[in-house]
Design a protein around this ligand. Sequence first.
Ligand code: FES
Length: 255
Amino acid sequence: MPLSDQSLARAEELIARYPQRRSALLPILFLLQAEDGYVSPAGVAQVASLLGLTRAEVGAVATFYTMFRRRPVGKYLVSVCKTLSCQLRGSRDISAALTERLGVPLGGTDQSGMVTVEEVECLAACDGAPVVQVNTENYERLTVQEALRLVEALLRDEVPPPTFAADGSVTEPSTAALHWRLAGLGEPPERPEGSGEPRGGAPVDPEGSGEPRGGAPVDREGSGEPRGGAPVDREGSGEPRGGAPVDQGPGEEDQ
Ligand code: FES
């Protein structure tokens, strides 16, 4: 089943916070994504059974909110803003270059399972156009070459510092860690949870050690320090950049 026995126990903790089981639907969908990488049809069925809902009811919620994924997503979700300010500043060229580099269409994940690339609507950082977001981090005013270097770093499992990172901001180095936190389970564990099987397009936990798939969280300090790699090369400027809005993405196909 998509949710392991351990996650089912955590789901019961979440359910206990609400007067009705069905009220825990959103956090449990995030828990499902943290473990399985996406909301699969099997996951929908399991959550429906768990909460006493129909599969149609769970599917309707999962397809309404763009933060729920209907296809496997990689460790790093690269979201290129396609709204007016960014488009006028060349974001479509960026998304075209990234899909070509990764060899996937928009919404696709590269063969290694590390990077998913998509286009999204306004990321609310229009002064930084064109904006590219990685999980919860913004990389602003990127050229095509800078965006390509950013993705090369992600493919090496290195996360360059974002454009801005305020003190105390919470940053997530992987989609799994992000979804864990959004489930309301607090600080993500150091290492991924699960059996170690490659599911949901997320990287595999080789030890099956009990962390969310998609990678271990690293920097909790929001210090803006480089996490796991060198900064994006700003053509010699060496400026760190970034911000920390929210994961967005297309609601993909209905089930
Ligand atoms: S138009 Fe791209 S961030 Fe607003």
